[in-house]
Design a binder for this molecule. Structure first.
Ligand code: CP3
Length: 354
C-alpha cells in the first residue's frame, strides 16, 4: 500500500525533519463528539461498535472531518485482548469496564492459554483494513494494544481500580503466578499487534495507563519487561522504513530513561513531566509525544492557545515532537475547543522547525 500523503506524524516519530509539529489526540474518537454518540446508539453499545468494521471505521474518521489531525487511531479498546482470553468483557453504563470471570488464583491463571487471534480478534483486523482503505493515504493509521501489566490489572481486579489491592497482593504472594499471567497476555499481544500491522497499521502504540502504580523495581519487572518483549517481537519491516512504536506509561517521570532504552521510537509523556525535562531523561534517543493537560481544554480559547505555545516551547527546537494531550480527551469537552488546540499547533509550531 502507498505511503501516506501526509507523513509528518511518521517522520516526527523517526525524528526526521518536518515543517511543523504533527498533532493527534488520544481518544479523538469518542463521547465529546455528538456524531460519535449517534453512531454508538446505532450500534447499541460500545463493544458492538468495536465489532462492526463499518461503524468502527466511521467513528475513526469523524474527528478527521472536523480537525486538521495528522494521524488516525483504530477505534477499538485495550480490553479486547482479555475478552479474547475468555474473561467476558462487558460495560456497565456509567461505571466502565467489567469482567464476568476475573482471574484471581494461580489455578485460574494456569487455565489461560494464548487464543487464535485470527478467529477471536478477526473483527479488529477487519476494522484496520477497512479504515486503511477509507483513509486512502490521507494520514497514517495507528494500531494499539494495552501493556500486559495494565491489561492484567483489569483481568485480576475485574474492573477499574484505584489501589490495585488484589493484583498487588498477587505480586507479593505469588509473583510467579503473576509473571505467567503476564506471559500469556504478552504473547497474545505480540500476535495481536503483528496481525494489526499485517492488516495495515502504520504505527503502533502501547498504552500502559497503570504502570506508575508500581514502585520502580516492580515497574521494570512487571510492566517494562513485557513492553520490551513486545518491542523485540513486532515484525516492523513492512515498507521502506520500519513501523514506529510508541510506548506510553502514564506518570512515568524519570522512568522515561529506562523506557527509552527498549528500542522503541517514541514515548508518550503525560502533563506531570515537562517535555524539556523528559527530553533530558531520554537524551534524544527517542521522539516524545504529548503533553498538554487535558483539563486545559475546559478553559477559554486564549488559555488553550497559551497552553499549546507553552508545550511547544517546552519541547523546544528540532524534530521529534508529536503534539498530543497528556492523556485522553474527556467527554465533557466542547469540540470547538479541540479545534482551537489543533489550529494553534499548525500556526505556532513552524518556527520550531526552521
Ligand atoms: O483514542 C482513540 O480514539 C481510540 C480508541 C480507544 C478507546 N480506548 C476507545 C474507548 C483507545 C486507544 C482506548 C484505550 C484504553 N481503554 C485505555 C488506555 C488509554 C487510557 O485512556 O488510559 C484504557 C485504560 C481502556 C479501558 C477502558 N475502555 C475504560 C477504562 C473505559 C471506560 C472509560 C470511560 O470513560 O467510560 C473504556 C471504554 C472506551 N474505550 C470508550 C471509548 C471511546 C468509551 C465508551 C463509550 O462510548 O461509552
Amino acid at each position: 500500500m502507498a505511503d501516506p500523503k501526509n507523513d509528518v506524524f511518521l517522520r516526527a516519530l523517526r525524528r526526521q525533519p518536518t515543517v511543523r509539529t504533527p498533532v493527534w489526540i488520544m481518544r479523538q474518537a469518542g463521547r465529546y463528539l455528538p456524531e460519535y454518540r449517534e453512531v454508538r446508539a446505532e450500534a447499541g453499545d460500545f463493544m458492538s461498535l468495536c465489532r462492526n468494521a463499518r461503524l468502527a471505521c466511521e467513528v475513526t474518521l469523524q474527528p478527521l472531518r472536523r480537525f486538521k489531525l495528522d494521524a488516525a487511531i483504530l477505534f477499538s479498546d485495550i480490553l479486547t485482548v482479555p475478552d479474547a482470553l475468555g474473561l467476558g468483557l462487558y460495560f456497565e453504563t456509567g461505571e466502565g469496564p467489567r469482567f464476568r470471570r476475573p482471574v484471581r488464583s494461580a489455578a485460574a491463571i494456569r487455565r489461560l492459554s494464548v487464543p487464535d487471534v485470527h478467529s477471536e480478534l478477526g473483527y479488529v483486523f477487519e476494522a484496520v483494513s477497512t479504515i486503511r482503505k477509507a483513509l486512502d493515504g490521507r494520514v497514517p493509521l495507528i494500531g494499539f494494544a494495552g501493556s500486559p501489566w495494565t491489561v492484567a490489572t483489569y483481568m485480576v481486579e475485574g474492573r477499574s481500580s484505584r489501589d490495585f489491592a488484589i493484583i498487588k497482593g498477587l505480586a507479593k504472594e505469588d509473583p510467579q503466578a503473576l509473571l505467567s499471567l503476564l506471559d500469556v497476555v504478552t504473547e497474545t499481544t505480540v500476535q495481536y499487534l503483528n496481525a494489526q500491522i499485517d492488516a495495515g497499521a502504520q504505527a503502533i502504540m502501547v498504552f500502559d495507563t497503570w504502570g506508575s502504580a508500581l514502585e520502580p523495581d516492580d515497574y521494570r519487572r512487571f510492566s517494562l519487561a513485557n513492553m520490551q518483549t513486545i518491542v523485540d517481537n513486532l515484525v516492523r519491516d513492512k515498507g521502506a522504513e520500519p513501523i514506529p512504536v510508541i510506548l506510553f506509561t502514564k506518570g512515568a517521570g524519570a522512568l522515561l530513561a529506562d523506557m527509552a532504552d527498549t528500542g522503541c521510537d517514541a514515548l508518550g509523556v503525560d502533563w506531570t513531566t515537562d517535555l524539556q525535562t523528559a527530553r533530558r531523561y531520554v537524551e534524544d534517543k527517542v521522539a516524545l509525544q504529548g503533553n498538554l493537560n487535558p483539563a486545559t481544554l475546559r478553559e477559554s480559547p486564549e488559555v488553550i492557545r497559551q497552553g499549546v505555545a507553552d508545550t511547544l516551547a517546552s519541547y523546544g527546537h528540532g524534530p521529534g515532537h508529536v503534539f498530543n494531550l497528556g492523556h485522553g480527551i474527556t467527554p465533557d469537552i466542547d469540540p470547538e475547543h479541540l479545534g482551537v488546540l489543533v489550529d494553534a499547533v499548525h500556526e505556532l509550531s513552524p518556527p520550531y522547525h526552521e
